[in-house]
Design a protein around this ligand. Structure first.
Ligand SMILES: Nc1ncnc2c1ncn2[C@@H]1O[C@H](COP(=O)(O)OP(=O)(O)O)[C@@H](O)[C@H]1O
Ligand SMILES: N[C@@H](CCOP(=O)(O)O)C(=O)O
Length: 291
């Protein structure tokens, strides 16, 4: 038997749609795995009532199949599903890392990324790597068709999760099919700024580089109060604010000293609209850990 803690993640960071991702210090899924003749799954914890235990429908089932590693898998969810915090990916990442070790498959962390992404395909329709990559490798990740580049950054973040459900599958349907060249130029500049900020551990550059005029405005319509929460966080000192993954979590980059004020400004603003929310005062952290 083996236990793996795999962190929640925030994908896209505005300018890096389907490419950028960061591991969060917290929350996380804790997954226990033991060898078995066939795969069975038990789910407890945050939002577990909405998560199928059928291996055909749970992200960990696809990972066990891809690794030819049947197991009894107990998932304790720290990350509610449909949160924009890589809930489904955290379980898939934990399963990939844990089963690789349990069955001595010998894959590197980077090689496990496309395997864990097979789990994402089960729930969102396609195998995007931007959540599983940071959950497995930690830090800030750039996931492209050529592989994953990783930077060990440590930027303070506030992730505010409102009591609204946005499924990744639905949010992918509203992504515009085209962008203008001026938007492309702006996005390249912002993505490069953000990447530089990660290398320098500079919350100012990271926040500036989160700006996006292509995907985020289309998805913001699915999150009641998004614009006001964004403005409140910026007024409280955030260096940048965007949608985490497909939403509804709104994520802010900041300096350590401003974290608490930003969290309470975001909570109050959702609260003013009658929406319950919780805020994680967190930072970019490490990838999946085996115990
Ligand atoms: N192990 C799992 N953990 C969380 N959600 C899962 C898991 N397996 C399947 N799902 C399904 O995935 C969907 C949530 O995924 P997604 O919308 O991508 O959430 P998130 O934005 O938090 O990653 C839900 O329909 C949920 O039932
Ligand atoms: N790039 C994906 C990321 C989805 O992240 P999630 O945490 O909402 O599952 C997208 O934006 O669709």
């Amino acid at each position: 038997m083996l236990t793996v803690r795999a962190p929640a993640t925030s994908a896209n960071l505005g300018s890096g749609f389907d490419v950028f991702g960061v591991a969060l210090e917290r929350p996380a899924d804790v997954v226990r795995l033991s060898k078995a003749d066939r795969t069975t799954i038990d789910v407890t914890g945050a939002g577990s009532q909405f998560i199928p235990e059928d291996p055909e429908k749970n992200t960990v089932g696809a990972v066990a199949e891809a690794l030819e590693a049947p197991a009894h898998i107990e998932i304790d969810k720290g990350v509610r599903p449909a949160s924009g915090l890589g809930s489904s990916a955290a379980s898939a990442a934990a399963a990939a890392v844990g089963l690789n070790e349990l069955y001595d498959r010998g894959y590197t962390r980077e090689e496990l990324v496309p395997i864990a992404a097979k789990g994402e395909a089960v729930v969102s329709g396609d195998a995007h790597d931007d959540n599983v990559a940071p959950s497995i490798m930690g830090g800030f990740t750039i996931a492209t068709a050529s592989g994953v580049r990783q930077v060990d950054a440590s930027i303070p973040l506030v992730a505010c999760l409102p009591d609204i459900v946005v499924s990744t599958r639905d949010a992918r349907r509203v992504v515009p099919e085209n962008a203008r060249v001026d938007q492309l130029v702006e996005t390249v500049g912002n993505a490069a700024t953000l990447t530089t900020g990660m290398h320098r551990d500079d919350p100012g550059l990271v926040g500036e580089g989160m700006h996006d005029t292509v995907v985020t405005p289309a998805r913001a319509k699915l999150i009641d109060g998004y614009e006001s929460v964004r403005e409140a966080a910026l007024d409280a000192g955030a260096t940048g604010v965007t949608i985490s993954g497909a939403g509804p979590t709104v994520i802010a980059a900041c300096e350590d000293a401003d974290q608490r004020a930003i969290a309470s400004a975001m909570l109050d603003t959702f609260g003013d609209r009658g929406i319950d929310a919780r805020a994680y005062q967190t930072r970019i952290g490490r990838g999946a850990k085996v115990f």
